[in-house]
Design a protein around this ligand. Structure first.
Ligand SMILES: [Zn+2]
Length: 121
């Protein structure tokens, strides 16, 4: 009886140990968040750079918060994104335009009670 109880405890510990939420870092503000709170930008095999809200496209990805603020940071300095995606050429202007259109659909700033980014110097 005690033997089976101990076995049960170990089993539940293992389940807890394997439970983990995938996390990624926003390339704009460097905040580590749960992957689903970020939007993936992917470099496709055709070397196009596109927003990937489903996170399922093939290719090298970079993650940006789901806020317009962070997207503006990224889009104002595309070199940073090129670097994150290991892209050896500038992002195409039409790809940037598409990313801007995507950014315009995002909320202007975070809805949660997180500390505003500009208070961190
Ligand atoms: Zn961010």
């Amino acid at each position: 009886m005690f033997g089976s109880l101990a076995h049960w405890s170990i089993g539940s510990l293992n389940r807890m140990g394997t439970k983990h939420i995938p996390q990624r870092t926003c390339i704009a503000c460097r905040t580590v968040r749960a992957k689903r709170e970020l939007v993936r930008i992917v470099r496709t095999p055709e070397l196009r750079v596109v927003a990937d809200p489903t996170g399922k496209r093939a290719g090298r990805g970079a993650y940006v918060c789901r806020t317009r603020e962070c997207w503006e940071v990224v889009l104002s300095a595309p070199k940073h994104l090129e670097h994150a995606l290991h892209l050896e050429m500038p992002i195409r202007q039409d790809d940037l335009a598409q990313l801007r259109e995507f950014a315009a659909t995002l909320p202007p700033r975070e809805q949660s009670n997180a500390v505003p980014k500009n208070e961190i110097v």
